[in-house]
Design a protein around this ligand. Sequence first.
Ligand code: HEC
Ligand SMILES: [Cu+2]
Length: 330
Amino acid sequence: MKPIGHRLPKLFLAIALIALAGCEDKQSAFAGFGPVSSRITLLTWIMFIAAGIITLLICLLAAVSIYGPAGWRRGLTSEKSVVWGGVVFPVAALSVLLFYGFSILRTGENLAGAENPVRIAVVGEQWWWRVIYRHGDGRTTESANEVRIPTGRPVEIELTTADVIHSFWLPAYAGKVDMIPGHVNRLHFVADQPGVVRGQCAEYCGGAHALMAFYAVAMAPADYDAWLAKERADAQPTARKAGERLFSASGCGGCHSVRGTPAGGKVGPDLTHVGGRVSLGAGILPNTPDSFAQWIGRHQKLKPDNLMLPFDFFSESELRDLSAYLKGLE
Ligand code: HEC
Ligand SMILES: [Cu+2]
């Protein structure tokens, strides 16, 4: 067996690669796709680089105070050096950072008064996201696990929770804001360009917390308007009658709504347009017919503890019928 020292570089490389894999743009805190997140990223770099320089400086001073010439060492231990280096410098450096941080917070607050914002409410649920679109005429419609926004317009997201504390974290566009029982928080941002990014619950909220992700889809304004009109409409009558019958006979409608059909449950995600969403199960499966079958038949294995009742008794052909019906709800 080789001594451990020979294996260390490879071990470090492996750990570094795993860590770097998390830096993909979809959910990277270093890739800002709007003015609010870009300024947060800038602040991050300023803090990181300044802290690096200060750490080097401290190492240098420590070395000088141990190995340096006697005159330098005396200088370092004088009262004057302690006051300037230990009190004045930290107070000045931290105050500058504090006020710069306040000015960054204001980037989002300035958007708060903006005219004609897109209004969306997101409710944290164990362990998925209820997304409510507020239309211009006061009507609302529900979706889940996906926030669609137009580019170039201010967005206001109202954040609440149905149960415990969750945290809505969408690094591509804005900071991280907690969802607190009995309290409404608001997040403001603008998306610069169309694209799909990922977000994640950032506050431990029980069993399936790690599997509570979501997607944000930014669309050109005209595409967004077309999408919203479609989203607002009820489900189209389906040709997949076998799946629809099975859905209603199995009691799925007790927890799920499909607008325009008798299914009106409010416990789980609204499924009116589930076939057109990016993911299933709060970001854990891609939205394909096979994923619907996987979810319905094995969701307690794929996402242990989630609050949908187990339905592990359907036959292959029943799963195919149900999946075809649900995937058809676009
Ligand atoms: C007891 C209530 C309940 C019943 C009954 C129920 N579900 Fe669910 N369902 C849920 C909950 C809660 C979730 C969210 C789970 C999560 O992601 O944590 C869910 C999630 C889903 C999803 C994923 C939706 C999305 O946007 O990610 C699909 C699809 C689904 N259910 C289909 C069905 C079908 C089909 C049936 C009937 C065979 C059914 N459900 C019965 C509560 C229920
Ligand atoms: Cu959580």
